[in-house]
Write a new protein. Structure first.
Ligand code: F6P
Length: 407
């Protein structure tokens, strides 16, 4: 039999490691012949754009390089599979590609939106009595998938964000004049990544002095008040703020384009700049905003080894699960011990995850709504542990790329 793998949704530092996991397990499985990679997620299956991965990933070194390469080697998509009833032709195209290439297992690495594809496609295939199995592998820097303890990709993003925040803290405190520095962090509707900056407290840092999440109640007036209070205590105030904090519609319209993706998600960005202007107008001190932007999901030079290793492991297990006859499932991590940290890999019906979001726990947010509690530190710390021995060339990390003619 042949199998196919695709990557979907926003990139991470670990999504290629999951691809390596599936690929390695495929190489070890005698009954598997070709391992196809689908270009741009499910779009590649719909349009019959597949690559024979064995002709691209040829050596152990290739696999090692791929593990340290951020983003999606196969490209990605934000494609919402229509319902079968409204567009059966899309499903027929998918079936055609899978059948023509004798693909019996399709592994989809993605987030909550991509699990929607796993649910719909596996249901369709079951309905037509096809034996083709569809299995989901989680990923997202947002860490917002239900059921799983955490998502591959999150630990590396959290490690980068905290390390960068620490560097910003050092830089911001050099002058004698008071200042405010606002760090804008991704995460859409969930504040996990912004909250994870609290790990700096484990190393004795006091900053970020203020942490605001989409799950906290936010008001611009209270924000200014909070900043003033912190300025009375610290010369250089550091604020970590999630891109998705809830501002009133009129305020967000000032800095957001209003554009949405296929799933109806707004492109969020710019709240840091907005608050920078507010601080400048209302407080009038030195103020900067720093949007970490895509760097937080592609800075693999400081990725978490725990994250990269786990991403590979969960990819391997996904293929084994499909070979055991499972379909419509997503693999997930269950934390079985905090100290020492240990997880098991299990599976859940992908419908328990599709289109759903797991929010940062309210009980880990301070009563003032502007900090997170120490309980969060113990949750986050194990996920950012370990360093990958990054291969370098000319002083730069080496990335694995598809050959030019295949891009
Ligand atoms: O995949 C999650 C994410 O990185 C969010 O944190 C962010 O809001 C969004 O994707 C950005 O989307 P895009 O990659 O389409 O700009």
């Amino acid at each position: 039999m042949n199998i196919a793998i695709a990557q979907s949704g926003g990139p991470t530092c670990a999504i290629n490691s999951s691809l390596v996991g599936v690929f390695k397990q495929g190489l070890l499985t005698e009954e598997i012949d070709a391992i196809f990679g689908s270009i741009n997620g499910i779009e590649g299956i719909i349009n019959d754009e597949l690559l024979n991965l064995k002709t691209i990933i040829k050596t152990n070194e290739d696999m090692e390089l791929l593990r340290q390469t951020p983003s999606t080697m196969l490209g990605s998509c934000r494609y919402k599979l229509p319902d079968y009833e409204t567009e059966p032709a899309v499903y027929e195209k998918i079936l055609h590609t899978l059948t023509v290439h004798r693909i019996e297992i399709f592994v989809y690495i993605g987030g909550n939106d991509s699990m929607d594809t796993v649910v719909k496609l596996s249901a369709y295939l079951k309905n037509i009595n096809s034996d083709i199995k569809v299995i989901g592998v989680p990923k997202t820097i947002d860490n917002d998938l239900p059921v799983t303890d955490h998502t591959p990709g999150f630990g590396s993003a959290a490690k980068y964000v905290a390390a960068t925040a620490q560097e910003i803290i050092r830089d911001s405190s050099v002058y004698s004049i008071p200042s405010v520095t606002i760090i804008e962090i991704m995460g859409r509707h969930a504040g996990w990544l912004t909250a994870s900056t609290c790990v700096l407290r484990a190393n004795g840092e006091e900053a970020p002095h203020l942490i605001y999440l989409p799950e906290s109640d936010f008001s611009s007036e209270q924000f200014i008040e909070d900043v003033r209070k912190e300025m009375a205590k610290h010369k250089a105030v550091i604020v970590a703020i999630s891109e998705g904090i809830s501002l009133s519609e009129e305020n967000s319209a000032e800095f957001q384009s209003g554009a949405v993706d296929n799933f109806g998600h707004k492109y969020l960005s710019g709240v840091g700049k907005y608050l920078e202007r507010l601080v400048a107008d209302r407080i009038g001190c030195k103020v900067r905003s720093i949007e970490l932007n895509v760097m937080q999901r592609c800075s693999s030079h400081i990725c978490s080894k725990t994250d990269i290793d786990e991403a590979e492991r969960i990819g391997r297990r996904a293929l084994s699960a499909a070979l055991d006859g499972n379909t419509g499932q997503m693999m997930y991590f269950r934390r079985i011990s905090e100290m020492p940290y240990a997880v098991t890999i299990e599976m859940t019906d992908a419908s328990n995850v599709a289109n759903l979001e797991k929010m940062f726990p309210k009980e880990w947010i301070s009563p003032e709504q502007n900090q997170v509690t120490d309980a969060a530190i113990s949750y986050f710390l194990p996920l950012i542990q370990g360093e990958v021995n990054i291969m370098m060339k000319n002083g730069l990390p080496v990335h694995f790329q598809r050959p030019l003619q295949m891009r």
